[in-house]
Design a protein around this ligand. Sequence first.
Ligand SMILES: Nc1ncnc2c1ncn2[C@@H]1O[C@H](COP(=O)(O)OP(=O)(O)OP(=O)(O)O)[C@@H](O)[C@H]1O
Ligand SMILES: [Mg+2]
Length: 240
Amino acid sequence: MSLLEVRHLAKSFGAVKVADDLSFMLEKGAALGVIGPNGAGKSSMFHLIGGSLKPGAGQILLDGADITALRPEQRCRAGIARTFQVPQPFSKMTVFENLLVPSAFGAGAAEPDGDRYCVQVLEQTGLLRKANQPAGTLTLLERKRLELARALAARPRLLLLDEIAGGLTEHETAQLVETIKEINRSGTAIIWIEHIVHALTAVVQRLMVINFGAKVADGSPGEVMGSTIVKRIYMGIEVA
Ligand SMILES: Nc1ncnc2c1ncn2[C@@H]1O[C@H](COP(=O)(O)OP(=O)(O)OP(=O)(O)O)[C@@H](O)[C@H]1O
Ligand SMILES: [Mg+2]
C-alpha cells in the first residue's frame, strides 16, 4: 500500500486552476521532487495535502485511509508535516519553543523524549546557537531552516518541503542536500518543491512536473528533464 495517494484532485480560484485532475502515489520512504513554472500550483498542492486548502474535488489517502476531511492538525498528527514557502514562525516565541509546539502536538506527541529530540533537530538544522532567540529576530535563511526544524520536530512520516533552498549559497545548498538525504535515509518520505534542479536530483529518485495545476511529467529525473514537454513548458524552449 502507498503511503500517500492523491486521487483526481481539483481546485480553482476563479478561472485559475491550481489543481487539475491531479493524481499520483508516493511509496513509504520515497523522495519525490516537484518542479514547474511560477504559479503552476505547486504550493497549492501542499496546501491541499496539508489540509489548509479544501479541494473542489478528489481525495487524499494516507496509508490507504481517506484523510480529505481531516483538519491540518489532524493530518499532522497522522504523520504529515510541511514547511511554508513564506516562513510562518511563531515570531514572539523562541526558536526552541517553536519546535516544542509540533513536538507536543505532531505525530511524535506520545514520545517521551520530546525536549531532547528538539535539541537534536536544532543541531541537525544548524539552529542550536539560536535556540533561545525569538523567532522574529531570525534572518530569512534562518527562518527557512526553522521551517524545516519545526516540520521535523513533528516527527513526520511524510515531509513536504516548499522551496527551502531558495537564496542559499552553493555551499549552504550542499549542506542542506546532505541534511535532507539523511532525513530520507532515516525512513521519512519527502516531497520537495524546488526550482534548483541539481539540488533536487541529488536527493530524489523521481521528478514530477506541474503546469497549470496538472501533472505533465512524472518519472526518473533523467527521463523528465530530457522530455520534450519539460523543455517546452518548463524551460520555455520551443521544440520542433
Ligand atoms: N488563495 C488564493 N486566491 C486566489 N488565487 C490564488 C490563491 N492561492 C494561490 N492563488 C493563485 O494560484 C496560482 C498558483 O499558486 P501557487 O502558489 O500554488 O503556485 P506555485 O507553483 O507554488 O508558484 P511559485 O513557484 O511561484 O511558488 C497562482 O496564480 C496564484 O496567484
Ligand atoms: Mg510556491
